[in-house]
Design a protein around this ligand. Structure first.
Ligand SMILES: *Cc1c(COP(=O)(O)O)cnc(C)c1O
Length: 376
């Protein structure tokens, strides 16, 4: 079975991990700092705070932005549950905005409708790897005095108007889960140009304690203070060694993802009933996902999912609109009808295989399976 996503691990990656295993540091050591520097530099941000996973990164970022009980955070409906869960972790309320039906990126007019006196942050999700309209979001943020957080877990390496994702919002969050662009097993990072946001995110990562063990050792001191309630969201040096090694290959990974996307684009242009998501000319896509919409008469997404599986092609659906999950329905009293574009898209979308290790033959297999289903 060809999966929809998969990591690429090289011999260099293995050697890098083994080297750390033989060193003095397993958890917060020099590899964490170096990984933070590599990612921050790549995305044009001043600071990076590496954490245990992307969800923890969202939690740290929203904490650093001062999100508290009583606050509201606007989140697109078409995203992974973690984008909204991190708001709930802090006792705040996620307010769901609809998405543009062509790109599935957050709809700016709906963001404006959903902003209230209680809104503290708007989260933009660079869905599938294509950046949101960050200029438009910035105007809204300035007009209403709210902060912008990029859930950029799909978009490491994407650009908006020639600027890297990671440098566009007040803070941005990446995930290093194996299906994402860079794998550390589990891992995540907050990047920001704001040293105060970085400091607070760093505090929250480690119990709200002001220094880490390595700093104390360097300063020859045992003293530390806990100044707020934080978590243990630390990432290990083992994981960051893998991350550093993966970052050295990222340009190649991105180039291969874009190459696969252009082959899919070319093939599906001639397949009636299959529509890839719309591309925006001001953006450079990072293709975490390649999402098609199954829109032709007599075509059915669930049927197509099964048909692809029978032909050895894995696919997935990203995503069920978050508020349609039982937890959100029950806890926040939400139901269908809230975000019609997200709901309509959910019936049609399918993410087909997209990862750097996908061979040309496998791409052909995927294209044939898709075209075969349509022409059946
Ligand atoms: C992957 C992902 C996350 C969470 O990342 P984890 O590392 O799995 O915790 C959050 N938001 C989006 C949009 C994601 O795709």
């Amino acid at each position: 079975m060809i999966p929809y996503g998969k990591q690429t691990i090289t011999d260099d990656d293995v050697r890098a991990v083994v080297k750390v295993l033989q060193s003095d540091w397993l958890t917060t050591g020099p590899s964490v700092r170096l990984f933070e520097e590599k990612v921050a530099e790549f995305v044009g941000a001043k600071h990076g705070v590496a954490v245990a996973n992307g969800t923890a990164a969202l939690h740290c970022a929203l904490y650093a932005m001062g999100v508290e009980p009583g606050d509201e955070v606007v989140v697109p409906a078409m995203t992974f549950a973690a984008s909204a869960n991190s708001v709930v972790f802090l006792g705040a309320t996620p307010v769901f905005a609809d998405v543009d039906p062509e790109t599935l990126l957050i709809d700016l007019a709906d963001v404006e409708r959903k902003i209230t006196d209680k809104t503290k942050v708007v989260i933009g999700v660079d869905y599938a790897g294509q950046p949101c309209n960050w200029d438009g979001l910035r105007k809204i943020a300035d007009r209403y005095g709210v902060q912008l957080l990029a859930d950029a877990c799909h978009a490491l390496g994407a650009h908006y108007k020639s600027k890297p994702v990671g440098s566009l919002a007040d803070a941005s969050v990446f995930s290093f889960h194996p299906v994402k662009h860079v794998a550390t097993g589990e891992g995540g990072m907050v990047v920001t140009g704001d040293s105060e946001l970085a400091r607070k995110a760093g505090l929250f990562r480690s119990h709200g304690i002001t220094t880490d063990a390595r700093q104390r050792e360097e300063q020859g001191s045992w003293f530390y203070e806990m100044v707020d309630l934080g978590y243990n969201y630390r990432i290990t040096d083992i994981q960051c060694a893998l991350g550093i090694s993966q970052m050295a290959q990222l340009d190649g990974f991105l180039a291969r993802r874009r190459e696969i996307a252009s082959r899919y684009d070319a093939v599906f242009a001639d397949v009636d009933g299959i529509e890839p998501l719309a591309l925006k000319s001001e953006s450079l896509h990072a293709y975490h996902l390649y999402v098609i919409r199954v829109v032709g008469d007599g075509l059915d997404r669930a049927d197509m999912f099964r048909s692809l599986r029978e032909q050895g092609v894995g696919s997935n659906v990203h995503y069920i609109p978050v508020y349609l999950h039982p937890y959100y329905k029950d806890r926040f009293g939400l139901d269908s009808g809230l975000c019609p574009h997200a709901e309509a898209a959910y019936e049609q979308i399918l993410s087909i295989p997209m990862y750097p290790g996908l061979t040309d033959e496998e791409v052909t297999t995927v294209c044939k399976a898709v075209a075969g289903y349509v022409g059946r």
